[in-house]
Design a protein around this ligand. Sequence first.
Ligand code: GUN
Length: 293
Amino acid sequence: MKLIDGKATADEIKKEIAEEVKQIKAAGGKTPHLAAVLVGHDGGSETYVASKVKACEEVGFDSSLIRFEDDVTEEELLKTVDKLNNDPDVDGFIVQLPLPKHISEHKVIEAIDPRKDVDGFHPINLGRMALELPSFVSATPAGILMLLRKYKINPHGANVVVLGRSHIVGKPIALLLMQKRTCGDATVTVCHSQTRNIKEICLDADIIIAAIGVPEFLKGDMVKEGVVVIDVGTTRVPSTETKSGFKLKGDVAFDEVAPKASYITPVPGGVGPMTIVSLLKNTLLAAKKEIYN
Ligand code: GUN
């Protein structure tokens, strides 16, 4: 079994980004700028956004954080999106999800200028991605592809099982892995809460991407020898072992699955750091106007 080290891979890529930013600045270019909008005080969202801001500092990007309380109106949020769309200093921005129930996530995402949608959540970016046209690819799926490439895991012709059909991970990673391209060409099966025979489907998988948000869902008896397992789960569970009082649990029963796997990502330190780095990469692409020009 080989552990896929997302943290080390992300650190390497961050160094490359930092080098490129240095060169842009030395040539008198504009410093890439990522803005994040955070509504409320959800613990997970706070942690994610803080990591994104910190990563910006590490690579030399400018960053800004715009915070609202839970009771912000949809109108106010849409006004902020409009402002960021029209701010020439901001190259890309994200609105951290989930949003409070009284705000339509669809409305907010659709209000984002696709040229600044570094999360790749806008229907135009998702649609372009599905059609294999240049687009911003959402950060977690892009991070997973980077890990597969880095560890020379070729999905060509492989049976890939994606657990979960979210707009952020399950759907886009399924689309990407079935595309006619390098790091694609897989036979993809998407399982979800209504799938009847998940265990049999998983037992036939060469690669499993677990993204359902159910801690330790994928057990040892659900995988075959030599399987590659990518764990996207990051559920916070209470813990007395950490200062914060919680720890992150993946969707994979690691101790049972790891002995059978050829490659496996840990939680934390697997997909998570790659998500952040993909967001930085997208911001650099936005700053350089490489997707839309
Ligand atoms: N909530 C969970 N993951 C993400 C993400 O990648 N981007 C945003 N904006 N919100 C999220």
